[in-house]
Design a protein around this ligand. Structure first.
Ligand code: PEP
Ligand code: MG
Length: 756
């Protein structure tokens, strides 16, 4: 076996090239191919299984019994071959029979072969067959050999598709199903939209995989890299990105990859193995995808998506198939469909025509989701197979609120969707009309209604909603969308811009709450991965240990708030000393800046989040030291019920309207009031109408909620009789009914509370 993957693959590829060019039948070509690969890898068996009618069929073999050809058939997931195809991952075994998925097929006569290695043959990101080699001796194939097999499998995919041997090889020309279809997904950015399906990327078909002239291919890739870098530099210069903020940081990540030596080197190596420029880029991308599947770190996986975004761009440039739907321009109201999108790609679209986005992947913390939210474009994610189920030009009704999209709807479906859409538009309009009106109850109790924010663009929500301020600014968002730790100057710039935009309205900056599900690749726990990250080394615990991080943030905040009031809040305080230590750190920075004659805030107000239940037992110690206290019900609930907030199985299990939570919260209200400490709730709970009503009922009069909820919550508040509510809810809690939610809902109905 040759020493390097490149040399090994090239040797095979050169011979395959001749086979592919010959004028023989596809079957004859496959028969030659297994011989070539078997010889080159010194294997006693080489076989090709291809997907036909949904089943993997032995199409050609050298070494197994020829009688098994077109006879041995395995379902997806069946046997080693079915497992490789189903998981789209190679297998490499020195003792095949000891693998749990091994399925013996007597007609093949394979019982004497011990070792087995197989790789999927992938076309359009789907396994369409399996290439495998076997050997009598129980030897394990080397990594370079597996690598070479994968490269060969890519070339085979081309040969097979051209010969029309597999299922779906002609799917591009096969008409899509015409029936109406309801497809489900994950709510990423809420909203409803109607539009025609537009595919972000018309598929790039790789015409040739084997290079005629390796040096020429290398030059093509170099030129494409240059062009891609130019494009990214140009994007940076555009006004959209020039303003700084998150987009700038996303672009920094792009730049990092675009200039990444490792990436271009891997493509170069793939070219060395005899592939064309296109095939080499795709080969590296395939490998990246496999790696991505194995990574259990959502943030790192997001970075990999950025890399995919760029790889697609490179592929388009090198193949001359340049146009994304954005470059061709949207001609009508459109719903964009993509496997995944980079944020920069999303920003290339005409906002007037782009009504919604559907992704096969996507997650709440992905850059693209953050950007779409800022653009006000609804996004439905994790919609499996959408690119197969929907055709370009299909009418789509996107209802992210319900977590669905309807393709090719019937008139009746369309009618009911339109009714819901117009209702939600009307409701939005009526909420917008409330903007100037205060959140005051019928009997004159003024509730303070603030918004939660974390990105520069979120600040616009203040004016749009007429909120009283920002009750929770999650400063870690800037860290999350950054490829590297944001420097103090950059932090300061963001904080200053946010304060400028807020004007007279207060902004409560929460110091970084990193850790838990908010993992930063550049800031990791040295002690390795945690079993319970939500209860682990996160938030203030991490910040106090990494004093440098907190000091930089303290200085950035203090300097940004020069001449105005600074509100600082510490997350995940479990014991009063943690609060004291964090506050002392801020005070020391304040003194240090004062000594140097810097302009200081007119006032600094300090607060803590109450999200660890233990802190509630220490309020008599803590409250005299606080200016404000904010309850984070997201974390508090998971700790009170011992139920992971990120686990979908538990999401519906414990109710915010359970007596235990409301009793727990109501015990805090009196002491906070007695100490003159502002008490707010800033978890998601406050953004739901019935929950917000219950909170007001136990005496809470400050809420910080997601901007989209301000209208509905304000409408609810304006329909309340505060005196009656604060009389009745404590009575309900004193002798809780079996179903408190139902009791509260009935109370709301009896008292004409607008729950919309
Ligand atoms: C909370 O825990 O309720 C909260 C507001 O903080 P976060 O959701 O950022 O953890
Ligand atoms: Mg929290």
């Amino acid at each position: 076996m040759p020493v390097s993957a490149a040399a090994s693959a090239r040797e095979i590829l050169v011979r395959l090239h001749d086979v592919m060019a010959a004028r023989t039948t596809a079957q004859a070509k496959l028969n030659q191919v297994v011989q070539i690969i078997g010889d080159a890898t010194a294997s006693e068996v080489c076989s090709i299984y291809l997907l036909r009618e949904g089943v993997l069929e032995l199409f050609a073999t050298q070494g197994l019994d020829q009688a098994a050809v077109h006879v041995t058939r395995l379902a997806m997931g069946e046997g080693l071959v079915g497992t490789i195809a189903e998981e789209s991952e190679p297998l490499n075994l020195d003792e095949a029979a000891s693998h749990p998925d091994f399925a013996y097929r007597p007609e093949t006569g394979e019982d004497k072969f011990h070792s087995f290695a197989g790789v999927p043959i992938i076309r359009r990101e789907r396994a369409v067959g399996v290439l495998c080699v076997q050997h009598v001796e129980p030897r394990r194939y080397a990594d370079v050999e597996i690598e070479a097999l994968q490269t060969v499998a890519m070339v085979l995919a081309e040969l097979i598709a051209n010969a029309d041997l597999i299922d779906g090889a002609t799917s591009a020309s096969r008409p899509a199903p015409q029936a109406p279809m309801r497809i489900e997904g994950l709510k990423l950015v809420d909203g409803m939209a109607r539009g025609l399906a537009v595919f972000h990327q018309p598929r790039i078909t790789i015409e040739h995989t084997v290079a005629e002239d390796t040096e020429a291919e290398r030059h093509r890739v170099y030129a494409a890299f240059d062009r891609m870098r130019e494009q990214i530099e140009r994007m940076s210069a555009q006004a959209e990105f020039g303003m700084g903020g998150e987009h700038e940081e996303v672009l920094q990540t792009y730049k990092m990859f675009a200039y990444d030596e490792g990436w271009s080197r891997r493509i170069n190596e793939a070219i060395d193995s005899g592939l064309t420029a296109e095939a080499a880029i795709e080969r590296v991308q395939q490998r990246t995808r496999t790696r991505m599947r194995q990574i259990d770190d959502p943030l790192l996986a997001e970075r990999m998506h950025d890399l995919e975004d760029l790889a697609n761009r490179l592929l388009r440039i090198v193949s001359g198939q340049m146009g994304t739907a954005a470059q061709m321009g949207l001609r009508q109201d459109s719903i964009l469909i993509a496997r995944n999108l980079g944020p920069a790609e999303l920003l290339e679209y005409d906002r007037r025509r782009l009504k919604g986005v559907i992704l096969e992947e996507g997650s709440l913390t992905a850059h693209v989701t953050i950007v779409a939210r800022a653009m006000g474009v609804p996004v439905l994610g994790r919609v499996r197979d959408v690119r197969r189920l929907v055709s370009e030009g299909d009418l789509l009704l996107l209802d992210v609120t319900a977590g669905t999209v309807f393709a090719r709807p019937t008139p009746a479906i369309e009618e009911s969707f339109e009714a819901k859409l117009s209702l939600s538009q009307k409701r939005r309009a009526s909420f917008a009309a409330l903007r100037e009106l205060p959140p005051t109850t019928l009997d004159g109790k003024r509730i303070t209604l603030m918004v939660n924010a974390g990105l520069r663009d979120d600040v616009a929500a203040l004016d749009l909603t007429g909120a009283d301020g920002i009750g929770l600014f999650r400063t870690e968002f800037q860290f999350l969308v950054s490829a590297t730790l944001p420097q103090r100057e950059r932090q300061q710039r963001l904080y200053r811009d946010v304060l400028d935009a807020a004007g007279q309205r207060p902004v409560i900056f929460r110091t970084v709450d990193i850790g838990g599900d908010k993992v930063l690749p550049y800031l990791r726990d040295d002690s390795g991965s945690e079993e319970n990250p939500a209860m682990g080394w996160r938030a203030l615990r991490l910040a106090l240990e990494r004093g440098g991080l907190m000091k930089a943030q303290a200085r950035a905040l203090i300097e940004a708030a020069a001449g105005r009031t600074l509100n600082v809040m510490f997350p995940m305080v479990s014991e009063p000393w943690e609060y004291e230590e964090a506050r002392a750190l801020f005070e020391a920075q304040h003194a240090w800046l004062a000594q140097r004659g810097r302009k200081l805030p007119s006032d600094i107000r300090y607060g803590a989040m109450l999200e660890v239940p233990a802190l509630a037992e220490m309020l008599d110690v803590l409250l005299p030291r606080l200016d404000f206290l904010s309850v984070g019900t997201n974390d508090l609930t998971q700790f009170l019920f011992a139920a992971d907030r990120a686990n979908p199985k538990l999401a519906e299990r414990y109710d915010w309207l359970s007596p235990s939570i409301l009793r727990f919260l109501s015990r805090i209200v009196g002491p906070a009031r007695a100490h003159g400490v502002d008490l707010a709730v800033c978890g998601e709970m406050g953004g739901r109408a019935l929950e917000a009503m219950a909170l007001i009922g136990i005496g809470i009069d400050r809420l910080s909620i997601t901007p989209a909820a301000v209208g509905p919550i304000k409408a609810m508040i304006r329909s309340l009789d505060h005196a009656k509510l604060t009389h009745d809810v404590p009575a309900m809690l004193a002798t809780p009914p079996r179903d408190l939610r139902a009791t509260l809902a009935a109370w709301a109905a009896d008292h004409q509370v607008e729950l919309n």
